[in-house]
Design a protein around this ligand. Sequence first.
Ligand SMILES: [Zn+2]
Ligand SMILES: [Zn+2]
Length: 325
Amino acid sequence: MQLELRKDYLIDRWVAISPERGKRPLVFKEDVEVVEKERCPFCPGNEDKTPPALLIAKRDRDNILWFERDDKEWLVRCFKNLYPAFSTEAEAKFYGTVNVKPSYGYHEIIVETREHEGELWNMEPEAFFLALKASLLRANFFLSDSRIKYVHLFKNRGREAGASIRHPHLQIIALDLEPPSITEKASSLGKECKLCKILEKEKGKERYIMSTENIIALCPWASRVPYEILIAPKKHEKNFFSLKEEELGELSFMLCKLFKALNAIIGPFPFNFWFYSLYKGLEDFHWHLEIFPRLTYLAGMELGAGVYVNILAPEDACKNIKDKL
Ligand SMILES: [Zn+2]
Ligand SMILES: [Zn+2]
């Protein structure tokens, strides 16, 4: 019986790989539909249901142009989150000795496409490239604010992953905070970058999925959930938001390919992904991206003990994905 505890590549986090538990009757969660098309505030024609655009991409013959204003002909559209968790107008009360500060920052939405039913498994890489490019442009604008220390870019897809709107979108949050998760990972990378070594070592192994010229994708050794994927640049690069267009293109290509394969295995599914990148003042890092499908529930063990129970070994996940590539 395969029942083993695996430690994460970098941090002190453990996962119990337990394929036995996958034999229980309720295995993967079903995909649940959220907000229908007619009332979708992210659809073309409903622009007045969101705050005005701060950045859009538009096609002009063969060129893509970027504008810092609204336009009905947008391909990608960025605007302030109507319900922000962080704001440049944030204020905090004084509670005496308790640690508190304003949630200063920016919280924006990047609508990836005009297609309400667009998904990473049916989108063209060129289209998703524009969404990623928009995130870089917005991130570098946020980082020019001296109070901003870190920019977090992520995607929630499906109700089970925390999304309230189906229309494909990314979220980007700029914080006056150095996230402890980055500090922990950075200190574990060490002087000779542990992640560089791991990527080299995993090449061609049973967890290695695919690579492009500059980027590699694998099912991490201590995958927390079925089909967790780690994506990172092969070369040591600190900052995702200074990525070259060429690499951004490779990343879009890779993501579309991986999601297509995942969709072929499990159908439409809820997921999150998020980036880890350098924060201001941190000397060194190796940016990476984690794809976290939400097929199983995070329950008392995961939330309480911080120990994950994963019913699908990453070696099996990797094999299934490669079969569909
Ligand atoms: Zn829509
Ligand atoms: Zn590295």
